[in-house]
Design a protein around this ligand. Sequence first.
Ligand code: AMP
Length: 354
Amino acid sequence: MIGVLGGGQLGRMLALAAARLGLDVTILTPEADAPASAVAARTLVAPYDDPAALKDMAETCRAITFEFENVPAPALETLAAMGAELAPGPRALAVAQDRFEEKSFLNAAGTPTVAFAAIDSPDDLRAALHHLHAPLLLKTRQGGYDGKGQAWVDRPDDAETAFAGLGSRPCIAEAPADFQRELAVIAARSRGGEIAVYPLTESHHENGILRRASAPARATPKTQAAAERIAATVLTALDYVGVIGIELFERDNGDLLVNEFAPRVHNTGHWTLDGCEVDQFEQHIRAVAGWPLGPTAASHHVEMTNLLGNEANDWLKFAREPETRIWLYGKREALPGRKMGHVNRLRPLERGEG
Ligand code: AMP
């Protein structure tokens, strides 16, 4: 039995992968009728910090992982104190939950990012606009996702409004990344320290939400090697077990900067479900369960498109396309911008791809 904190689509696809390997999953989610519950062996519906639910998980699950990185840190500490085997460990989650800690960690590990500063007041923001130069992208340190909790700031006069606009919470200000495109690398580390890296994904965002991902991305061997070095550095420095998703900016000169990493399976890795020998969800389950990692080579080129809101209603159209594989998450309500599913459109690999 593997425990998963979080019951969204990532938990659902982890539970599917686990079931195929003969493993059962218990989901802990505050949401009744969560996407993962329909396929998991067991669901505990309770807040993430519910003592009885955490005790149940610690006693019944051989290993516990998460699919949602905003799980409160004390919940993981409680699980660890009860002797639960957490993969990845609490440190990876703590670092990834705070954008300032995350960028500080990345730089200390020798991995480049944009210039940044911690912002605790409008005065800090004015000082950063002076030192790092305008414009700056102000982001909340914690809790933001899919482009939420972010605002560009151009002038010192806008500092008060911008800081208040993000709720006067601890923030980070980032210099603009002068990128030609956004890439992502999905990688995994086993309990024994073995590392496996997938081919690079090219990602396209709209309104801060991932819209499309295309993989394997066209990239020079030098760029793929640089991404592999970054992945290995981050995984090793965190003594990480499981799959990680690392978002990258490719600069005009080809250098890579890390934007952020997610300590879990990642939307930019959904293409691996139909385009790789072993997909990211099976890979994560293998790592968490203490199995050897599987091969990551691409078998197809994949264009992954997220189905947001009502777009999922077109399932019949997609079902008629022979090159299209459909993944629907079983969510009841198609709110605008909500990730309801994705499609993977396959074509054969061309020479030099993968
Ligand atoms: P994030 O929430 O950090 O993943 O940011 C969401 C999206 O905003 C990224 O995928 C980029 O498209 C854009 N973005 C984030 N940080 C920067 C930055 N420092 N400079 C330019 N664009 C950024």
